[in-house]
Design a protein around this ligand. Structure first.
Ligand code: CTP
Length: 400
């Protein structure tokens, strides 16, 4: 859920600030990009240098950089973030947030934030119980912020009770749960197939194609980043998803791809078939290496099963999306495939010597839905194309 998320972490001056080194590390491990802003007093509890090394980004604790006097633009920082987390949030900072006081970079980012704001308070027992603090937290919650409750335990004062900042692992899981709940694909099971298939001639030779699997892998990452439970059925490809939550099932032949796709499809909500499945496979597969002999050699080929068409027939409530790779009359052919294979959407793309869809990092696509609506996209990277496709599927699902 946190993979590729841009997180702005605001640290204020409490002893729990030392735990932020671990918190940043956990975010980075999850694949998030982290930028840190700190109040001047927070720098007394954990150094900006430590957080800069761990986040791999500069840390900002003043409105103006020393000695250049360059302005640290809090508006840009706040706009950059997908979510803003303030941890630890002291009683003083809570009071400032409540009344709109803007006297440091953290409070300035808070007032500029357009993203969801998460607040993890930390203070001593009596301060946390104080009606003023309770009222401030209620007000902040009323403003739409998410409060990550303080935990109980030993406090810096020596007292024991509620007031400790939630443990970094608990903060992460709180945010992950929130993101999962607010994602349009949460609870959705998505099947993606990708890559080429290899059709064995003998133990060392095969018939394959030039598909890299890049688009399908990018789609798996994008769906997963948006909260879906993704199963990627992957033919022989050197590319793998970045997001470790994607479940990968490796297959080699069209027949294996067919079997796994058919099984996974039954429990899927959405299926996107981007694999370049071989249309033909050698009729006989030699168990031993075929020796060369005089004269020509002929290999008899037999037709493979059309996985997409078969899923189109089996389709119940699933949203089924296919690809059409064409060299000419792309839209016309894609529309035929959309109808014949009983699809919801089809992604048409062309391949030529000048603009090879296979192997390249870029492509141009057109998405057609079953009501014949066309969406044309410009030439862009396959990662950006994956975002466009997921967005189109989201819009289609909402209208369905
Ligand atoms: N496809 C499939 N099983 C096959 C062949 C294709 O599931 N045996 C799927 C592909 O994954 C793609 C769609 O069908 O989503 C269209 O593939 P494409 O190669 O463009 O077309 P074909 O249907 O194979 O027809 P042709 O090769 O004649 O264009």
């Amino acid at each position: 859920m946190l993979h590729n998320k841009k997180i702005l972490l605001g640290i204020t001056g409490g002893i729990a600030a030392y735990k932020c080194a671990h918190l940043v590390r956990l975010f980075v491990k999850k694949g998030a990009e982290v930028k840190v802003v700190m109040t001047p007093s927070a720098t007394q509890f954990v150094t900006p240098e430590t957080l800069s090394v761990l986040s791999k980004n500069p840390v900002v604790s003043e409105f103006f950089e020393k000695p250049t006097h360059e302005w640290n633009n809090h508006v840009h920082l706040a706009e950059w973030a997908d979510l803003f987390l303030i941890a630890p949030a002291t009683a003083n900072t809570l009071a400032k947030f409540t009344t709109g006081v803007c006297d440091n970079i953290v409070t300035a980012c808070y007032l500029s934030a357009r993203s969801k704001v998460f607040i993890a308070p930390a203070m001593d027992l009596d301060m946390y119980q104080h009606p003023t603090t309770k009222a401030n937290l209620k007000t902040l919650e009323g403003f739409g912020n998410k409060i990550i409750p303080a935990e109980s335990g030993e406090l810096a004062s020596g007292l024991t009770g509620e007031g400790r900042m939630a443990e970094p692992e608990n903060i992460i899981s709180y945010i992950e749960k929130y993101l999962a709940g607010s994602s349009p694909f949460s609870q959705k099971k998505v099947l993606i197939n990708a890559g080429p298939t290899y059709e064995a001639i003998d133990p060392v030779r095969f018939i394959g194609n030039r598909s890299s699997g890049k688009t399908g892998v990018a789609l798996a990452d994008e769906f997963c980043d948006q909260g879906a439970e993704v199963t990627l059925i992957l033919g022989p490809s050197v590319f793998k998803p970045k997001n470790s939550s994607v479940k990968i099932i490796s297959v080699e032949s069209a027949e294996e791809m067919f079997k796994v796709c058919t099984e996974v499809f039954e429990t899927s909500d959405i299926a996107v078939l981007s694999a370049a499945v071989a249309d033909y496979s050698p009729k006989e597969k030699s168990a031993s290496k075929i020796k060369k002999s005089e004269g020509e050699m002929n290999i008899e080929l037999t037709k493979t099963k059309d996985i997409l068409a078969s899923l189109g027939k089996a389709k119940k409530k699933q949203i089924l999306i296919g690809f059409a790779l064409e060299t000419e009359n792309a839209i016309e052919h894609a529309k035929e495939k959309l109808k014949n294979k009983n699809l919801d959407l089809i992604i048409a793309n062309t391949t030529s010597e000048k603009n090879p869809a296979f192997g390249s990092d870029f492509n141009t696509i057109c998405i057609i839905d079953k009501h014949n609506n066309l969406l044309n996209f410009e030439f862009k990277s396959k990662a950006e194309i994956a975002k466009d496709i997921v967005e189109a599927i989201k819009n289609y699902a909402e209208k369905k």
